[in-house]
Design a protein around this ligand. Structure first.
Ligand code: ATP
Ligand code: MG
Length: 575
């Protein structure tokens, strides 16, 4: 089958022509200039042929058959949920936390919360009690939605100490609702499916997302209803979502990617969203791509690296020919992964960049543009990105394509965060004049492609050089024995810092002196002696956040014997 032309066929022309006002016109809006994310995701489809299209195809654990939920049905479930909130006296602007794994009720709860004008906050279901409790204490929700099992295991012990929560509603299967909780399903069954979605001011709060906590304690980023304009347009341009697409976003809705692109953008774009209840399993994932005829796949480097560990054979045993577009976000995508996609799946991964704070994709490799492996791509139409250096009274933009600086974005896009919860000073510090300071370092080449160097906190200063860990990690990953690498700076009296690499190997490879020497030689040859690691340590696994990112700050803390800080977001943390 021939590929349809991409939505964004001519980057320069679309960019020149773009305005956020025009992007807004692609959505329905509500009377009096009001908006509601859920209105764009659900209600507006009900008058169109999309109403009976499958909105969510849910794949239960094991090999049970898929469950299809149409746009009409999802809107009805969200309507029932909104009516339940109304009947409990939960008012507009109150916060509703949802702690659940990927089950259909989670989506009804999220969208029902938005329809009712409440602020939706997802919590990752694999968090242990502590990170859940601390996020509840910071955000003071009125309602907690969870499952019976999660409630008993992670919430029951401490909930009495959190006065803000007035209602705990249990979704999914409920055997027996413990005291102080109610079975949401039973309430929904009694509730009306019809609900008039609340018209919201475009600048009214809709979402509260906690960051990944890669560099420190997680921050609560606040987002508003008009963010949906950016979700929609980036879904269309950067992920190339088109009518009839079967789209799979592997991010959990507990994180911002799993909400912006795992709930909102696919629904506003009217495609079918695959939701898999299971966790990562290489064979299952290939089978889903094959059996569901997935056309657009949005995943993360950590997942791609895991697939790479299994080698190309497993991929080749599957028919992946329905795929049209592959994209990745969350961490730098090593060039090796882009090549691997091309060689084993027949398509490259398109890296894109954004943060919890930006609410949506800001920089992307678009379907119509040649990919530069290792580059995050070019700014989304409507987004002005630049590289800047700090000055005494603010920042100064850097024009020289060879120079590294902080990645900054011109303020004013609709999905920009409007605050960190209870941290106004910190929010203010993120801006210099009209520019939002991302805290990431980048370089822009002469053709306007952006290259990620590292986080400002992770960058290494060695003998007067500024070294981004990603560059060194990517070279190490070129070696066939290397599955993952994490690079940090270690204090050194002479050089300021020297580079140390932590390396995890692929199955079938053993650590040893010879391999260490080979890796050193590779790094020296490709990077030069001053940028090559001085030391390499082999590990079975690298520490990562719950969302899968390599935690260099932890590698550094361990190396230097410093306190490791809040480990609650760590993989393998308390359950
Ligand atoms: P915290 O802010 O709490 O330390 P975090 O920054 O990891 O955690 P997120 O908002 O989930 O929280 O992640 C955004 C960050 O992830 C970006 O600022 C960037 O450092 C990194 N990132 C995301 N996508 C990419 C990408 N394509 N290439 C490189 N880095 C990326
Ligand atoms: Mg961050």
């Amino acid at each position: 089958m021939s590929k349809p032309p991409p939505n964004l066929a001519n980057y320069d022309a679309t960019r020149a022509d773009f305005s956020w006002d025009r992007a807004r016109e692609e959505l329905a809006g509500m009377a009096g200039g009001c908006m509601n994310i859920a209105h764009e995701a659900l209600d507006r489809h009900l008058q169109t042929a999309n109403a009976d299209r499958t909105a969510i195809r849910f794949l239960p654990r094991g090999r049970e058959p898929a469950i299809d939920i149409s746009y009409r049905e999802l809107a009805a479930r969200a309507g029932r949920f909104a009516n339940v909130l109304a009947s409990l006296g939960v008012g507009r602007g109150e916060r509703v936390y949802v702690l659940a794994h990927r089950i259909p009720d989670l989506y009804a709860a999220a969208l029902g919360t938005l329809r009712h004008g409440c602020v939706f906050t997802p919590l990752f279901s694999a968090f242990g009690p502590e990170p859940i409790r601390s996020r509840v204490e910071i955000g003071e929700p009125s309602v907690l939605i969870t499952t019976e099992r999660l409630y008993r295991r992670k919430v029951a012990d401490w909930i009495a100490d959190t006065p803000s929560i007035r209602h705990v509603l249990l979704i999914g299967e409920v055997d027996e609702a413990p005291d102080g909780t109610a079975d949401a399903g039973a309430l929904m069954d009694q509730a009306d499916a019809e609900y008039d979605t609340q018209p919201m001011d475009p600048g009214e709060l809709a979402l509260l997302h906690f960051t990944s906590g890669t560099t420190g304690l997680p921050k609560g980023a606040l987002h508003v209803h008009e963010a949906v304009v950016a979700h929609h347009i980036t879904g269309k341009y950067a992920l190339d979502l088109q009518p009839g697409d079967i789209y799979w976003c592997t991010a959990d809705p507990g994180w911002v990617t799993g909400t912006s692109y795992g709930i909102i953008a696919p629904l506003t774009n009217g495609v079918t969203l695959i939701v898999d209840e299971e966790e990562f399993d290489a064979e299952r994932w290939y089978r889903i791509l094959q059996e569901q005829r997935v056309t657009v796949w949005y995943t993360a480097p950590t997942a791609i690296r895991m697939l790479m560990k299994y080698g190309p054979e497993l991929a080749r045993q599957h028919d992946l020919s329905a795929l049209r577009f592959l994209a990745s976000v969350g961490e730098p995508l090593n060039p090796e992964a882009v090549h691997w996609g091309r060689e084993t799946i027949g398509l490259p991964f398109h890296d894109n960049w954004w943060q919890t704070e930006t609410g949506g994709i800001m920089i992307a490799n678009f379907a119509s543009m040649p990919i530069r492996p290792g580059s995050m791509g070019r700014p989304v139409p409507g987004i002005e990105a630049a590289v800047a250096r700090g000055t005494d009274d603010g920042i100064e933009l850097i024009e020289d394509p060879e120079e590294t600086g902080e990645l900054v974005l011109k303020t004013g896009w609709p999905s920009m965060f409007r605050g960190y919860l209870n941290e106004e000073e910190r929010y203010r510090k993120c801006f210099a004049g009209d520019w939002y300071l991302t805290g990431d370092l980048a370089r822009r080449d002469a053709d306007g492609y952006f290259w990620f160097i590292g986080r400002t906190d992770d960058v290494i200063k060695s003998s007067g050089h500024l070294i981004g860990p990603f560059e060194v990690e990517s070279i190490l990953m070129e070696h066939p024995a290397v599955a993952e690498a994490g690079v940090i700076g270690v204090p050194d009296e002479v050089a300021g810092e020297t580079i140390k690499a932590f390396v995890a190997l692929r199955p079938g490879h053993e650590p040893g002196e010879e391999l260490r020497r080979e890796l050193m030689a590779l790094a020296r040859k490709r990077l030069g002696a001053s940028v090559a690691p001085r030391r390499i340590e082999f590990h079975d696994n690298l520490p990562r956040t719950r969302s899968g990112k390599i935690m260099r700050r932890l590698l550094r803390a361990r190396e230097l014997g410093l306190p490791e800080g809040d480990l609650s977001t760590l993989e393998g943390g308390k359950q």
